[in-house]
Ligand binder design. Structure first.
Ligand code: GLU
Length: 489
């Protein structure tokens, strides 16, 4: 068997969708599993819709996901990297032109001078007669010499692929769908090069897959009908087609094709919400594939080891956002505390939080909050009570402040905390002080707990105090209590 070479071929017309990320992942896994190579090819022939900014974004998202490629554009500079350069289709026009000329010379393609109006009226007529809207070009048998004359005279033409003589079924075995049969008359003469010389997707895809020696094409199901046109081009060129696997759709909760109209689907969105790349990979891996042992929480290496095309599913998989969050929480717990602290920084910085610089405190805080976090952004509300600057007595504390025993509780709390002379209290010390306040202020139940809670976080409900108190300096606990006591007068 020849070397496994696969490719991910995004069109840089927007950000990387989770569907695109899944395509990239399956290609990556297949390459790694088989000691093959993973190529990143940029399909940017749609000049109006492609942008450098989108390309930058797609590349950055792939790097963030850790799906690194062997050939393609270099992640930092976006310069070509590898023996089949250039990897951007916009820079390969000379190659497509040469191949198109070969097909023209062999009579397998022709210049078509039909105007938009002529094309439209053929379409209308076909529609009226209930026929597929295929083009029957009056120029299909025009000699190349005649066509050249017209071109020299300034007429505009597209290059069309000739299908008239291809009356047969095109059959191939898809790794996911099994045997697929397409009758040739499913398509009419299709365009290879536009009148401005720009190639269309089906043409450059075949040329590049061949020249880049791609062995397997793993791509989204929506490209299945394109495969017929592509097989016709392979045949006309006398090239062996790669093997194909067309991956099932990703569906939304209503079992419709997942789209950005109903919730975020950009990889970057999940990154900004504080999902971990390994959780995203794990989650999308299972949208259309399953591990041979039925394992759900997987590292990238476990996915590589367990990956095979025969475990790809034919039916669509639902993008379950609740499950994604759960999975993220599992992966978050597997990270060590110092790492999580680092990952939290952009989220805490967004809220301008000022928290201790001491690494011991930092790891202790992560240990306390880790199991309460599903995504990193959850850290914002967990850490907020620890930030002295955001301490305020909230209106919801008013009822508690009006209770008779509140003042005695607050004063006893403040004095007992101050008397410890410690920088931080342990959980046990906190519980002991709470018991002493109970006796000193003669308060119990909510009359005891709620005023203390207001003294610590400015409101009567929130994270458990035995978790929060050991993370706040006693001097700050005293200041906070004084602010609340001042409100009483
Ligand atoms: N540029 C195409 C896309 O983004 C690639 C299709 C293919 O893999 O052949 O959908």
């Amino acid at each position: 068997m020849s070397k496994v070479r696969v490719r991910f071929a995004p069109s840089p017309t927007g950000s990387l969708h989770v569907g695109g990320a899944r395509t990239a992942l399956y290609n990556y896994l297949y390459a790694k599993k088989n000691g093959g190579e993973f190529v990143l090819r940029i399909e940017d022939t749609d000049e109006a819709r492609s942008s450098q900014e989108s390309l930058r974004g797609v590349v950055d998202d792939l790097v963030w996901l850790n799906l690194l490629w062997d050939e393609g554009v270099e992640p930092q500079t976006l310069a070509d990297m590898g023996p089949c350069a250039p990897y951007r289709q916009s820079e390969r026009q000379k190659i497509y032109k040469e191949i198109a000329e070969k097909l023209l010379n062999e009579g397998k393609a022709y210049y078509c001078f039909m105007t938009e109006a002529e094309i439209e009226s053929q379409r209308e007529a076909a529609k009226a007669e209930g026929r597929p809207p295929q083009i029957n070009s009056p120029h299909q048998d025009l000699s190349l010499a005649k066509a050249q004359e017209k071109l020299s005279a300034g007429e505009k033409a597209v290059v069309r692929f000739k299908t008239k003589h291809l009356k047969k079924d095109y059959i191939f075995t898809d790794h996911i769908r099994g045997q697929v049969t397409f009758p040739s008359d499913m398509v009419g003469d299709f365009v290879l090069l536009r009148s401005d010389g720009m190639p269309v997707y089906n043409f450059c895809c075949v040329v590049d897959d061949h020249l880049m020696r791609i062995s397997h094409v793993l791509r989204a199901e929506e490209h299945l009908p394109n495969t017929l046109r592509q097989l016709m081009i392979y045949e006309a060129m006398g090239w062996t087609p790669p093997e194909f696997a067309h991956m099932s759709l990703i569906l939304d909760e209503e079992r419709q094709k997942l789209s950005k109209r109903k919730g975020a689907v950009a990889t970057g969105h999940f990154k900004n919400e504080g999902y971990l790349p390994e959780a995203i990979l794990n989650f999308i891996a299972l949208l259309g594939w399953s591990h041979p042992d039925g394992k759900e929480i997987l590292t990238l290496q476990e996915m590589i080891n367990g990956f095979s095309l025969d475990r790809l599913h034919t039916s669509g998989a639902v993008f379950d956002r609740v499950k994604l969050k759960w999975m993220n929480a599992q992966h978050l717990r597997a990270r060590d505390n110092a790492e999580i602290w680092k990952l939290l920084q952009p989220f805490l910085a967004r809220e301008k939080m000022e928290l201790p610089m001491d690494p011991v405190w930092q790891e202790k805080s992560v240990a306390a909050f880790k199991t309460s976090m599903e995504v990193l952004a959850d850290g914002i509300e967990l850490y907020r009570p620890l930030n002295d600057k955001s301490f305020v007595v909230l209106p919801e504390a008013e009822e508690t402040l009006a209770w008779e025993p509140t003042k005695a509780v607050l004063v006893a709390w403040r004095d007992l905390v101050a008397a410890t002379g410690k920088e931080y209290l342990s959980e046990e010390e906190f519980l002991k002080i709470q018991d002493e306040v109970k006796v000193k202020a003669n308060a119990k139940g909510k009359n005891l707990f709620m005023p203390i809670r207001v003294a610590v976080i400015g409101k009567p409900h929130g994270t458990e105090l035995k978790i929060l108190v050991p993370l706040i300096k006693t001097s700050s606990l005293v200041d906070r209590a004084n602010k609340v006591i001042a409100k009483l007068r």
